[in-house]
Design a protein around this ligand. Structure first.
Ligand SMILES: Cc1cc2nc3c(=O)[nH]c(=O)nc-3n(C[C@H](O)[C@H](O)[C@H](O)COP(=O)(O)OP(=O)(O)OC[C@H]3O[C@@H](n4cnc5c(N)ncnc54)[C@H](O)[C@@H]3O)c2cc1C
Length: 418
């Protein structure tokens, strides 16, 4: 029997969820604050469908590295601004507790399982439903290392997950555009199955498919809270006092998910981590990599998206909004010019900043909640585009009364079935 499902949030996670639900025969109402989908964190992200490179930020040695980064000024991969905010301190404490190799490996496995499934789901959406128009390419991903010790650690890990370890010559023959960096490189790890695409265009294209399905409508509005009866939600209350009733509800509101869940006594340990992107129009003589490139030591990702070159980087902890910091942007521009000087005129690049809805350990929170008709799909951090399709399919299967298509161990809210 068709169920009516209300999805809160029209970022990549909410739109993908709406699509998976419609494909499984449900009727969907999506509620999104902005005039269109994909206008917040899903707007101009790194564009990497990084299916095999999913290691969480929290790892052994990161706290020490972070101290060093703080001395690097505006170009630091991570910047921390302490605030009188218990939410920040609790998140940071949980992050520090997760900075252990065993925890990193365990969470890396959970993310890898979800990511590989996401690749399969997107492939079926592209093939079965003809989804395109979002600059998708299977172009592979090369993670370059400048530090020999870090490269050795990554190379030891790579053997297990089927990635190729390349020396400097191997990196240059794969990506001649790295020539100017040759003397600074230690080596690279290459995953030939990884992909890149434009996340915003993906949201827009998916919504076109949703509209064409006849089983979808979007309401522009902000969900203020929930009407409930016992452990069931009976309606969503919007700020304009409009009510939206449904059989099931999905919380996919990115950085607002924790505040909404808190109204129901559910704690989602989310914190916004600000990052930046630059997008350059590509000229015919631009020297840019064909594969996506991650500069591991500087934590910068580069991807060619159609006729544009997207660069994304940096983590700011302790900021309140997505307003870009001009000093950080200037530092990022300089770093990119040193890495890919032939990419084009960096002064022409369009700028953007977004807030990654992040859990301290890395994996998102997907699946059941203590409310029997509320499903959670939030906290995808720096991998939301990569993980959106799998997370969406998990929710669609659970709403339909089927078991989850993959194990939800390490992904479900603690205490909920996996
Ligand atoms: C610099 C940067 C680079 C990144 N690079 C990559 C990458 O290369 N690959 C990758 O996989 N991921 C990347 N990410 C991460 C990815 O962008 C996010 O994980 C993803 O966009 C999160 O999607 P979301 O749908 O959860 O959140 P959002 O896109 O923020 O969507 C949430 C939506 O909910 C709406 N909303 C919130 N509250 C309410 C409410 N009360 N009522 C109604 N609507 C509401 C918001 O308006 C918003 O549109 C990057 C992120 C950043 C910042």
């Amino acid at each position: 029997m068709t169920k009516h499902v209300a999805v809160i949030g029209g970022g990549v996670v909410g739109v993908a969820t709406a699509w998976a639900l419609v494909c499984s025969g449900q009727q969907v109402t999506l509620i999104e604050t902005n005039a269109g989908v994909g206008e917040e964190t899903s707007h101009a992200n790194g564009g990497q469908l990084s299916y095999r490179y999913v290691s969480p930020l929290a790892d052994a040695g990161v706290p020490i590295k972070a101290l060093g980064w703080m001395l690097q000024g505006a170009r630091a991969p991570l910047r921390f601004r302490p605030r009188l905010d218990p939410r920040q301190w609790r998140w940071c404490l949980e992050f520090l507790l997760a900075c252990r190799r065993s925890v990193n490996l365990r969470n890396g496995e959970h993310l890898l399982r979800l990511a590989l499934y996401s690749q399969a789901v997107l492939e079926s959406w592209r093939e079965v439903h003809g989804l395109d128009g979002f600059a998708w390419r299977r172009n592979g991903k090369l993670v370059i290392h400048r530090d020999a010790k870090g490269f050795a650690t990554a190379a030891a890990k790579a053997g297990d997950s089927g990635q190729q370890v390349l020396d400097v010559t191997g990196c240059l023959s794969l990506e001649p555009s790295l020539e100017t960096l040759a003397s600074k490189l230690a080596g690279g790890i290459y995953s030939d199955g990884d992909e890149a695409a434009d996340c915003y265009q993906f949201c827009v294209q998916l919504e076109q498919c949703l509209l064409a399905s006849g089983r979808y409508r979007r309401i522009q509005g902000r969900v203020a809270g929930f009407e409930r009866k016992g452990v069931s939600i009976t309606a969503l209350r919007l700020v304009n006092e409009q009510y939206v009733g449904a059989d099931h509800y999905v919380l996919a509101a990115g950085n607002s998910s924790d505040r909404l869940a808190a109204q129901l006594g559910i704690r989602l340990p989310l914190y916004p981590l600000r990052g930046y992107s630059l997008t350059l129009p590509l000229t015919s003589d631009a020297q840019v990599p064909d594969a996506s490139v991650t500069d591991f030591d500087n934590k910068v990702v580069y991807a060619r998206l159609g006729d544009r070159f997207r660069i994304a980087a940096m983590v700011d902890i302790g900021v309140r909004d997505a307003t870009p910091d001009p000093q950080r942007l200037a530092a990022l521009r300089r770093l990119c010019m040193e890495t890919f000087p032939g990419a084009g005129d960096y002064a022409e690049a369009s700028i953007w900043a977004g807030l990654r809805p992040s859990t301290p350990e890395g994996p998102p929170i997907i699946g059941a909640s203590p409310m029997k008709n509320l499903w959670l799909n939030a906290g995808h951090g720096s991998l939301g585009f990569t993980l959106a399709c799998a997370s969406a399919q998990v929710i669609a299967d659970l709403v339909a009364g089927r078991s989850a298509p993959i194990s939800l161990e390490g992904l479900a809210l603690p205490g909920q079935h996996t």
